[in-house]
Design a protein around this ligand. Structure first.
Ligand code: GLU
Length: 478
């Protein structure tokens, strides 16, 4: 059997779209699953649209995600001399022709077509020039392009693995340019030549390429080459039902990472945008995807980029992390914000249960800096069965007890046992003691941990100071 060879063929013209990354991922997974090779080819023949930094973005993204290419990167700009002879062969075969139309003529044509509200298309002016005229023009050194000669009648049919049989009337196909006046190939031409020369067996790309595929197939047919297996991927829509687009404010891969999403979560999420594992399973590492991915699971219906779901998934990924790795990830944010006074591992452990994005860390650190301004009315809490009086009593009891424990015994276990015993001894429900303490220590109902965890992190001096202040506040009835 022929070796499976897939390729990711980005044009380096900007940032990493989510759709591009999905294409790269699926190409890679198909190669892995079928024991083949994955190739990286940079389609940079259109030098005007080139954005230098985007190459770095491509490398960096693939590297971060863990997608390794077996061959490449190949650069079309370094292969320019390869394409021209193929275009000339096509002319000889009668499936392409020299076109000498000047820019002025084409501009005029564009204007006329615009006036009659037509989309711009070439009017085949040079399609049937006589050999003499062609030779004369070439001898004169007139600039020319080479255009693909589309059949005027009939239809081109091809099979797409996802979309099934696709038929296009040949009359709808424009005589597209294959070789430009400067002798460089167009993207459409180089793409086909390279897919053939690089023995690509599976072409995976967005469904926006479905309508160009007949033109490519006519090129394959002219040369008598094998047509690759086509796998066109469904559109990705944003929550408003529009195609995902940076212009509409949709995020690129880099944006998402900068917003605090984890690479692993984004990749897992992207894998499911257009692929269904055939069961309810939602969580896949890249390694697991390499095992589980199937071409049959690719769907043709558009998928929606549901940011709420991505955020949820990211939170789940955070919770699944080893604590050490999580500290590695966010520890610097904690020390940058709080200095080294408090134990960042303990703080991280609390945050790991609560945050969905790594950028949410700072918003939870306030309680470690100071107590928020609050009204003592917050001590009234039905479920916890507390009010200001009960709170005052509980805080005093706690304070008396906590003062007696040595600083170096302030561990979670000791604090836990001490406070729970204290509640029992005084006929208090745990909540009647712990809820007021939590409020006294933070000034808010939404702190990242309970009283015991907070005292452990804040330490003896700071905790006692805060409880003292709260007792004063209650006595003043603020
Ligand atoms: N260079 C094209 C792109 O960036 C590749 C299309 C294809 O995969 O054939 O979209």
């Amino acid at each position: 059997m022929k070796e499976v060879r897939t390729r990711y063929a980005p044009s380096p013209t900007g940032y990493m779209h989510i759709g591009n990354l999905r294409t790269a991922l699926y190409e890679y997974l198909i190669a892995k699953k079928l024991g083949g090779k994955f190739i990286l080819r940079i389609e940079d023949t259109d030098q005007e649209r080139l954005v230098k930094e985007s190459l770095e973005v491509i490398y960096k993204t693939l590297d971060l995600v863990g997608i390794k290419y077996d061959e490449g990167p190949y650069f079309q700009s370094e292969r320019l001399e390869i394409y021209k002879p193929f275009a000339e062969d096509l002319v000889k075969l009668g499936n392409a022709y020299y076109c000498f139309c000047s820019k002025e003529r084409l501009d005029e044509l564009k204007k006329e077509q615009a006036e009659s509200e037509e989309f711009f298309h070439y009017d085949n002016h040079c399609k049937n020039l006589s050999n003499e005229i062609i030779q004369e023009n070439l001898d004169k050194g007139l600039p020319y392009v080479i255009r693909q000669k589309m059949p005027m009648t009939g239809e081109t049919v091809f099979d797409d693995v996802v979309y099934g049989k696709i038929k296009v009337d040949n009359s709808e196909l424009e005589d597209q340019i294959l070789l430009k006046t400067d002798g460089y190939p167009t993207y459409n031409f180089a793409n086909v030549i390279d897919d053939h020369l690089m023995n690509i067996t599976h072409v995976v790309r967005g469904s926006e390429y479905l309508s160009s595929t007949p033109k490519y197939n006519l090129l394959y047919a002219s040369f008598g080459w094998d047509i690759p297996t086509y796998i066109h991927l469904p559109l990705i829509l944003n929550e408003n039902g529009h195609k995902l687009s940076k212009r509409l404010g949709d995020k690129s891969f880099e944006d998402l990472i900068a917003e605090g999403y984890l690479v692993e979560a984004v990749i897992n999420f992207i894998a499911l945008l257009g692929w269904n594992p055939g069961n309810e399973r939602e969580f896949f590492t890249l390694n697991e995807l390499e095992e589980s991915f199937t071409i049959e699971g690719i769907s043709k219906s558009p998928s929606v980029f549901d940011k709420t779901k991505l955020k949820w998934m990211n939170g789940e990924y955070i919770r699944k992390m080893e604590l050490n790795d999580f500290v590695e990830l966010i520890g610097k944010q904690i020390t940058d914000s709080l200095g080294n006074k408090m134990n960042k591992i303990k703080i991280a452990k609390l945050l790991q249960k609560r945050i969905e994005l790594t950028t949410e860390v700072e918003s939870h650190l306030g309680v470690f800096k100071k107590v928020a301004n609050y009204s003592t009315e917050l001590y009234i809490h039905k479920k916890m069965k507390t009010d200001q009086l009960i709170a005052l009593n509980s805080l005093k009891l706690a304070l008396d007890k906590l003062i007696t424990i040595d600083d170096d015994k302030y561990t979670e276990e000791v604090l836990h046992d001490t406070l729970i015993n204290l509640a029992t001894e005084n006929n208090l429900k745990n909540g009647q003691l712990l809820w007021p303490l939590r409020l006294a220590l933070t000034g808010t109902e939404q702190s990242p941990g309970g009283a015991i965890e907070l005292i452990d992190i804040l330490g003896k001096v700071e905790s006692i100071k805060r409880i003292n202040n709260a007792i004063e506040k209650l006595m003043k009835g603020e």
